[in-house]
Design a protein around this ligand. Structure first.
Ligand SMILES: Nc1ncnc2c1ncn2[C@@H]1O[C@H](COP(=O)(O)OP(=O)(O)O)[C@@H](O)[C@H]1O
Ligand SMILES: [Mg+2]
Length: 258
């Protein structure tokens, strides 16, 4: 069986009136590949991620997704029911702020189990067991299964959000600054965890970050954005060790505050 891209992106553009959100972005994402989108604040990272994940409607261009049945579908042409099904099963979305991706006033176990129920799991014992297993995998003690995320630290909340996303076995996970709000020591541990899970599960991921260290640690390939345009892309080590564009050179040498 030949390997084909999971995502084929062509000329993706989002305008906010006359202002450019992102412009003419094209790339393929391969199964098992982690792509980092980097750039300073306002460069269009979140806009691009939102368009890719159908949270925002693009102005022009196309995003084709390789469905489990082997067919490519243009995402903007999915029905609302198909789109929601993808969001609940095949895709994960990890928000920078865990409160945006969790239900803060239901238990950790329910937060994780809910996604299984959404895809048809009905047996309480099995759901609870799977939830407990996933809490362990993200280094949360299963004894906390009945606690609400309100009672968790920032790092724990973020790990819970990751468990909630991964329990359905998604093929593609979108992450927007997944370590953004965390202390440096907590960030390092979370990055290690994410890197291990992505590798073990063979996930594809698109990670938005302004932090080149995050890109270095997590991604195989990266795209550098400036003013809505991708100005350089390539293998992460190549871009970081031998940046071609003057702007990327500035980013890498940390002269630019990002
Ligand atoms: N909802 C919006 N309405 C109008 N302009 C927006 C909106 N969201 C983002 N923008 C503009 O689009 C550009 C890219 O923003 P954004 O995607 O948030 O960048 P980043 O995530 O890299 O900080 C910026 O100029 C920003 O001001
Ligand atoms: Mg952003």
């Amino acid at each position: 069986m030949s390997v084909e891209p999971l995502l084929k992106v062509n000329g993706l553009t989002k305008m906010y009136g006359a202002r450019i959100g992102c412009a003419d972005v094209s790339f393929d994402l391969w199964p098992g590949e982690v792509l980092a989108i980097v750039g300073e604040s306002g460069s269009g990272k979140t806009t691009l991620l939102s368009c890719l994940s159908t949270r925002l409607e693009a102005t022009s261009g196309s995003v084709e997704y390789h469905m489990r049945d082997g067919a490519y579908r243009e995402l903007s042409r999915l029905t609302e029911a198909e789109r929601r099904f993808l969001m609940r099963t095949d895709w994960g979305f990890v928000h920078q702020n865990p409160a945006d991706g969790l239900r803060m006033t239901v238990s950790a176990g329910a937060n994780v189990g809910e996604r299984l129920m959404a895809i048809g799991h009905r047996r309480y014992g099995e759901i609870r067991e799977a939830a407990s297993d996933w809490l362990s995998r993200v280094e949360i003690s299963p004894t906390r299964i009945d606690d609400q995320p309100r009672a968790f630290s920032g790092g724990m909340r973020q790990r819970l959000q990751i468990a909630r996303n991964l329990i359905t076995g998604p093929r593609l996970v979108f992450m927007d600054e997944p370590t953004g709000g965390l202390d440096v020591s907590v960030q390092a541990r979370l990055l290690d965890l994410v890197r291990g899970l992505v590798h073990d599960l063979g996930l594809s991921a698109i990670v938005v970050t302004h932090d080149l260290a995050v890109a270095r640690l997590l991604s195989h390939r990266m795209m550098v954005m400036k003013d809505g345009h991708v100005i350089e892309q390539g293998l992460t080590d190549r871009v970081l060790d031998d940046p071609r564009e003057p702007y990327t050179q500035l980013l890498v040498s940390s002269i630019l505050q990002v």
